[in-house]
Design a binder for this molecule. Structure first.
Ligand code: ADP
Length: 302
């Protein structure tokens, strides 16, 4: 698999405090990578490092296969856009003027594309309105538009939905999907709200205490999270589950999780036919946040 971003045993220490403590992650090309972790886990620190705002204490990271220690890293960064913490926009300028300013900074001469960019983020009708009079969601989208000025292939968004109202969240979500699908932009989004990311992410990296505790695809994640029945029998049950094409995961000889919509009576009868009795049957509904906490070893969020 081709990775747009790879980190290897990355560390960032502030005095005695290890903000990143051996972080290894892989962002596949074309993915929407949900970077999930509680506040203080180290998400912004990672984003600051890859954006070049700070340097690592040790370890390595590569963008487009180029190590940050390589002189070519600045070329790799030209293909990357980021909105870190608050969007870098000028509040006394309109949306158009903000983009034009960024074009000037980047030396882009063709102003005709400014309106296309505003349209892409849904700000084409804001006219003379200054950014200070925008809603938080509009400012966030303008920040994304500024990050998109150099036509990056990799976009990094740090908590893009923080503080947004439900409507603002929906707009950002739509925009993220559109940028990924229509422009093939690989997107790294950090958030402490797993549920929100689960609507857009194709891959996940779960971070806790400056380390990635698990990376997985959305399919693997759904498989782990989806509704299941936990069944305990008096004799080994795998054969019955396999012969009847159940989607299951064996926990031990006499205990399994069975996934999907299960009709209980046929299942009990199929087992009964083979002389197996059901001792216990419970429904698990793995909630996303619960799953996240179970990955963290059962720690609760503050
Ligand atoms: P997240 O984005 O996941 O909320 P951060 O990367 O912002 O987490 O912070 C990780 C930890 O590093 C936090 O405990 C934070 O207080 C600490 N930290 C961040 N920047 C500094 C700094 N400049 N000096 C000291 N500690 C810092």
């Amino acid at each position: 698999m081709e990775y747009i971003l790879e980190t290897n045993d990355l560390r960032k220490q502030y005095k005695d405090f290890k903000a990143l403590n051996g972080l290894t992650m892989h962002v596949p090309k074309g993915s929407i990578y949900g970077f999930v972790g509680k506040n203080g886990a180290g998400k912004t620190t990672l984003i600051r490092l890859i954006s070049g705002l700070q340097t690592p204490t040790s370890g390595d990271f590569k963008i487009y296969g180029i190590s940050y220690k390589d002189n070519n890293i600045s070329n790799a960064r030209k293909k990357m856009g980021a909105v870190v913490e608050t969007p870098s926009i000028f509040h006394d300028l309109t949306a158009y003027e903000n983009i034009k300013m960024q074009y000037d900074i980047l030396g882009i001469k063709d102003y005709r594309t400014i309106n296309d960019l505003l349209k892409l983020v849904g700000l084409e009708n804001t006219g003379k309105k200054m950014a200070k009079n925008f809603s938080l969601g509009m400012r966030q989208r303008l920040g994304i538009a500024v990050a998109l000025c150099g036509s990056p292939e990799f976009l990094v968004l740090d908590e893009p939905i923080n503080g947004l109202d439900p409507e603002g969240i929906v707009e950002i979500r739509k925009l993220i999907k559109k940028l990924n699908k229509e422009r093939n932009i690989t997107i790294l989004i950090s958030s402490h709200i797993l549920d929100e990311l689960s609507r857009v992410a194709t891959h996940y990296g779960f971070i806790a205490d400056g380390k990635i505790i698990k990376e997985m695809s959305a399919e693997e994640f759904e498989e782990d999270c989806k509704k299941s029945i936990n069944i305990v029998t008096d004799k080994p049950l795998e054969r019955v589950l396999r012969d009847n094409d159940y989607n299951y995961k064996l926990i031990n000889d006499t205990t399994a999780n069975i996934y999907g919509e299960i009709a209980i009576t046929p299942l009990v009868l199929q087992l009964h036919e083979k002389g197996i009795s059901v001792i216990k049957l419970t429904e698990n509904e793995e909630n996303l946040e619960h799953y996240f906490f179970s990955l963290l070893g059962g720690k609760k969020d503050e």
